[in-house]
Design a protein around this ligand. Structure first.
Ligand code: GDP
Ligand code: GDP
Length: 455
């Protein structure tokens, strides 16, 4: 099971700091297992991060606020980047690629203990195509005697390779001096430089559900483009949009307006783009067109948003097209297809006429409030103690699995780790989740529960 370190300060947007005056965005890339997360933790001073034992698990790609020698910057961790792979790995690879395009400079991490691999070389050619300044970190050179191993990486053609040990901190200071100098000088193109005090919203849904209509309806004349990257079709433009007196940062609005999804071969691409927007957002507005049957593709987009761990508001659009019969059909659907997300608020509206769009703001705020929510360890344990006393886990082979202790390891979304004396079955897990929701009110946010069995 996963182990979550405490992340109290992690990506904390309620802190006084704001990232408007960072020098830019630095992405850490490299193939899996070279030590990227270890390096990120080292740079952040071990404040952050979710440590996962399972290789290949998609990590949340987040932008952290970081500081080195008085220079503030944003740090982006990418998932493992294995070039030329298929299936889920290729999706991760493409996401890493998008992350690089959103950054201003890059640290490429390679493994000095393993040496140069073909995969490193493929990553380098992709990096070269982006034209971003790159600093090469040769990791796992834990002692001075091993430093010469870095020399081999001169052949990547990216200048001096820096020997480091992310684990012990060796060389990390020198590496950051160089990388931040390049970052400071780099041309700033990153979408992440948007004002960070605004909450980030992704508008998602399959083609034709009304994303651009809703965007237009909400923005009216009231919009400001935050970042625009010239010369590429792929990079996002975010917009600040005022929804009923509250400003929000809508992610990748260019992608919505350009209607890339209506071009050929675009399904895969549009789902990648959705994924990229979700990763950069905090809240997802998931749109459905209620005038036509809800399809698998609709539900897939919704699952993507839930699995990405975002706060969710479900938008049932084109309500103006429904008659009484249609409204009944939708209510039946709500009881069935949507039972996975009964915790989410649903807003029926018409992007075209503007009917009920004024209901969005409150739903969005509630969802984010709960997404941010923290339950103290004391409260959590006393609640679970009572719950367990009233409804013990069914006996299994004569034994009674018991909850020993629980803690909320992180928020955004809330994640709980529960330590038990035995395997907790699925039904009981669901029961715990429902009870936590009833007690603490997590409307609008997914919650995650990991069970950690202590033998
Ligand atoms: P990622 O997949 O690139 O994020 O790699 P991780 O940060 O998860 O590290 C992969 C493995 O390499 C872990 O077992 C780390 O403990 C180990 N590792 C990371 N940095 C170092 C280092 O500087 N020296 C040594 N010896 N091991 C390291
Ligand atoms: P997108 O592909 O998700 O961005 O969808 P669009 O915003 O382009 O909308 C697709 C079509 O649905 C357009 O013809 C819109 O005019 C229409 N549409 C969008 N919202 C509504 C609505 O609330 N009511 C009605 N009747 N039509 C809508």
């Amino acid at each position: 099971d996963e182990l979550y370190l405490d992340d109290t300060n992690f990506n904390d947007r309620t802190s006084d700091e704001d990232s408007d005056n960072t020098v830019g965005v630095l992405a850490i890339v490299g193939r899996p297992n070279v030590g990227k997360s270890t390096l990120v933790n080292r740079i952040l001073g071990r404040r952050a991060a979710i440590v996962e034992d399972t290789p290949g698990v998609t990590r949340d790609r987040v932008s952290y606020e970081a500081e080195w020698a008085g220079t503030r910057f944003q740090l982006v961790d990418t998932g493992g980047w294995e070039a030329d792979v298929e299936g889920i790995d290729s999706a991760i690879a493409s996401q890493a690629q998008i992350a690089v395009q959103l950054a201003d400079a890059v640290i490429l991490v390679v493994d000095g203990a393993v040496g140069l691999t073909a995969s490193d070389e493929r990553i380098v050619s992709m990096l070269r195509a982006t034209g971003k300044p790159v600093t090469v970190a040769v990791n796992k050179l834990d002692t001075q005697m091993l430093e010469y191993e870095a020399a081999e990486f001169w052949s990547l053609g990216l200048g001096e390779p820096y020997p480091i040990s992310a684990m012990h901190g060796r060389g990390v200071g020198d590496l950051l001096d160089i990388a931040l100098e390049k970052l400071t000088k780099a041309e700033k193109t990153s979408g992440f430089l948007a004002p960070s005090h605004l909450r980030r919203v992704a508008l998602v849904g399959k083609p034709n559900v009304g994303k651009s209509s809703l965007l237009n309806q909400l923005s009216g004349e009231n919009r400001a483009v935050v970042s625009d990257i010239a010369g590429t079709t792929r990079d996002p433009v975010d917009e600040v949009i005022n929804v009923d007196g509250q400003e929000w940062l809508f992610i990748d609005t260019a992608g919505i307006k350009r209607r890339l999804h209506k071009q050929s071969g675009a399904d895969y691409y549009s789902s990648l783009r959705t994924q990229a927007a979700l990763e950069r957002s905090e809240l997802a507005l998931v749109l459905f067109d209620v005038s036509v049957p809800i399809s698998d593709q609709d539900l897939r987009v919704m699952s993507q948003a839930v699995d990405a761990g975002r706060a969710i508001v479900l938008v049932f659009n084109k309500w103006d097209l429904l008659d009484e019969f249609g409204r009944q059909r939708i209510e039946r659907l709500w009881q069935t297809e949507f039972n996975r997300v009964t915790w989410a608020q649903r807003v029926n509206l018409s992007a075209k006429t503007g009917w009920h769009t004024n209901r969005l703001k409150e739903a969005m705020e509630t969802a984010l409030e709960n997404w941010d929510k923290r339950i103290s360890t004391g409260k959590l344990n006393s609640f679970l103690g009572q719950l367990q006393a009233a409804h013990p886990h069914p006996l299994r082979g004569g034994k009674q699995p018991r909850i020993l202790f629980a803690t909320q390891a992180s928020s955004r979304p809330p994640r709980f780790v529960i330590f038990t004396t035995g395997f907790i079955d699925h039904t009981y897990r669901r029961f715990i989740e429902r009870s936590l929701r009833d007690e603490f009110g997590f409307e609008g946010t997914p919650i995650q529960i990991s069970i950690n069995v202590r033998e």
